[in-house]
Design a protein around this ligand. Sequence first.
Ligand code: SAM
Ligand code: F3S
Length: 444
Amino acid sequence: MKPQKLYIRTFGCQMNEYDSDKVADLLRESRPLESTTSPDDADLIVLNTCSVREKASEKVFSDLGRLRELKLLRPGLRIAVGGCVASQEGAQILKRAPWVDVVFGPQTLHRVVDLLERRETSGTAQVDVSFPEIEKFDHLPPPRKEGPTAFVSIMEGCSKYCSFCVVPYTRGEEFSRPLGDILAEVASLAESGVLEITLLGQNVNAWQGILDDGSPADFADLIDWVAETPGLQRLRYTTSHPLEFSQRLIDAYRRHPMLVSQVHLPVQSGSDRILAAMKRGYTTLEYKSIIRRLREARPDISISSDFIVGFPGETEADFAATMKLIDDVRFDGSFSFLYSPRPGTPAAGLADDVGHETKLARLQQLQAATDAAAAQVSAAMVGTHQRVLVTGAARKDSQELAARTDNNRVVNFPGPADLIGRFAEVTITEAFPHSLRGRWHAPS
Ligand code: SAM
Ligand code: F3S
C-alpha cells in the first residue's frame, strides 16, 4: 500500500505541540504514512487549533477556507480539525466549513483513527469533542525518542477559571496523570537515551497523585521521584501557576541540581485591582514573595512570564504598576499579549474599553522592557562557563553545533558532530538578541 501523506499544522501552546506529536504517532500506527511539509500534496490534513487569542481562531477559519480549494480538486483528501477551536465550536465547524471530515477535541485526540474510519464507513463527517479525560492517557502510544530531550504530559486541563481564559472550557478541568504512569514513561525515555525531560501541563504544580502507601503526593513529591530516574540529567517543567507555587516546590531547587535555573511563571499584570478582576487568586506582593524565595534557593534563577495588556478597565496607573513589577522582578523574557475577549468567558461580559492603539503602545513598551532585561541577562552570561545540551547542527551554519543552556538559551559553537545528543562544556563568548556564541572545552 502506498504511504499516505500527512500534513499537520499546529497553532498555540506547547500542549498542542505535544498533542500533535501524539496524533501523528497514532496515525502512523494505523497506516503506512509519511509526513509532508505542504498541504498541497497531502492525503490527510490535521489542523490542531488554538482559541486562546482571537487571531489564532481567525487563522484557523482562513486556513480552512484555503483548504476548500484543495478538497474540490481532490475529493479523497481528508481534513481533520482538533484542538481548542474544535472543542469550542464542535459541529459548528462543519456548518462553516462543510468540507471538513473529522472534528476532535484535546481530550478525544486518541480517537482520531476511529473517527477517520467511521468517516469512511458512514460517508458522513464525524464530530467528537467530549471530555473522557481518564481515557486519553491510557490510549496514547508509548513515547518515541527523538534526540536528547522529550516532553512528558503530567496533567490535563485547568480548573482556575481566570476570567479571561477559555482553557477550562476547551480542555476541561484539571486532571492528573497517575504517578506510576509518569514515572514509567520518564524511565523508558531515559533508558532510550533522553537526558532532559520537560514535565508538561497547563498548571503543572496543580498535579496531585497517590503514593504506593496511599498517602497524597504533590508536584514537589513528583519532582523528587522523577529526579531519581537513572540516566536523567536535566529537568524542566511548564507552565506553573503562582497560586500553587508552594514552599515545598521552592525547596526542591535546593535538593535537585538537575532542576534547571529557569521558571516560567505567568503573572499577567502588576496591578492588584486587575489581578482580582482577572480572578488570578494572588497579589503582586505574593508573586514577588515567591520570586524572592526562589532566588534565595537558587540565586541565578531566570524568571520569565506571561502578560496581558489592555484587560477591561486597565488604567494608566494599572499599567504603570505592571511596568514597576517588571522593573522589580527583572524578568528574563516574556510572552505578552493584547487582551482579546473570548466568547463564553466571564470577562467577555465586560466592556473591552482600552482602545486598540493604547493596547498596542502598552504592549510595545512592555516588550521593550522585558527584551532589555533579557538582553542584560544574556550580556551577563558572556565570560561564564556553561554546561549545555547539544541538540543538533546550528541553524545558520551546519558546520557548527547548537545547544541549550540551563536557562534555555541557544548557544552556537564550533565542535565535533559526535557531541550531538550529549552535554558539553562551553564558555560564552558573545551575546546576540536571540542566541549566544560559545567556545567548546574539549575534555582533557
Ligand atoms: N497556565 C497559564 C497560567 O498560569 O496563567 C496560562 C496558560 S494560557 C493558555 C497562556 C497565556 O495566554 C496566558 O498566560 C495569557 O497571558 C494568554 N491569554 C489567555 N487568554 C487570553 C485572552 N483572552 N487575551 C489575551 N491573552 C490571553
Ligand atoms: Fe487559563 Fe488561568 Fe488556567 S490563564 S489556563 S484559566 S490558569
